[in-house]
Write a new protein. Structure first.
Length: 175
């Protein structure tokens, strides 16, 4: 039983080591097959004692490529910060334009509502005046009918007067 436990421990340890190594290889930059070949070569050299150890984390023997990469990342960070600042300025300018536009819109709404009220008042006045105009037209029509009737009566009276004058003229001539 002890032997089985030891074997199981060794197998689990080997599987865990292989998993960690696989994740380490996957996290490296570049193609997987190239990274796998580099790790295998480096591991074999270290096991044989021919490969030097990696430089310490103290910074002695730093890689020039990593320094260049750090500088490039710093420059990229500066550029991104400038873009962020520029975007903030543009956003603030746009916000100001939006505020001015909304104030102008409110002023226009107030103007439109006052004009709508004025139009409604004028419409009410027009309706009132239209009713009065209709009344005046009806009265004018009635007056026109009365005038026409009176003209007819005047013509009749003129005719009667003419007839009466001619009869008077005949009566004076006949005497």
């Amino acid at each position: 039983m002890l032997f089985a436990m030891l074997m199981l421990g060794l197998l689990l340890g080997a599987a865990a080591t292989a998993t960690v190594a696989l994740f380490a290889i996957l996290s490296m930059e570049g193609r997987f097959s190239d990274n796998l070949r580099d790790v295998a070569t480096t591991t074999l050299r270290r096991m044989a004692g021919r490969a030097p150890r990696t430089p310490s984390a103290s910074g002695v023997g730093r890689n020039i490529e990593s320094d260049n990469r750090i500088r490039a990342l710093q420059e990229e960070a500066r550029v991104m910060q400038k873009l962020i600042d520029q975007t903030r300025v543009e956003r603030d300018a746009a916000r100001g334009q939006i505020d001015r536009a909304s104030q102008e819109q409110e002023a226009l709404k107030a103007t439109v509502s006052s004009r709508d009220e004025r139009i409604a008042a004028l419409d009410a006045t027009i309706k009132t005046e239209a009713g009065k105009l209709l009344e005046v037209r009806e009265q004018g029509g009635a007056m026109q009918a009365e005038i026409t009737r009176l003209r007819g009566e005047i013509r009749d009276l003129e005719t009667e007067l003419s007839v009466a004058q001619s009869n008077v003229g005949l009566a004076t001539v006949g005497k």
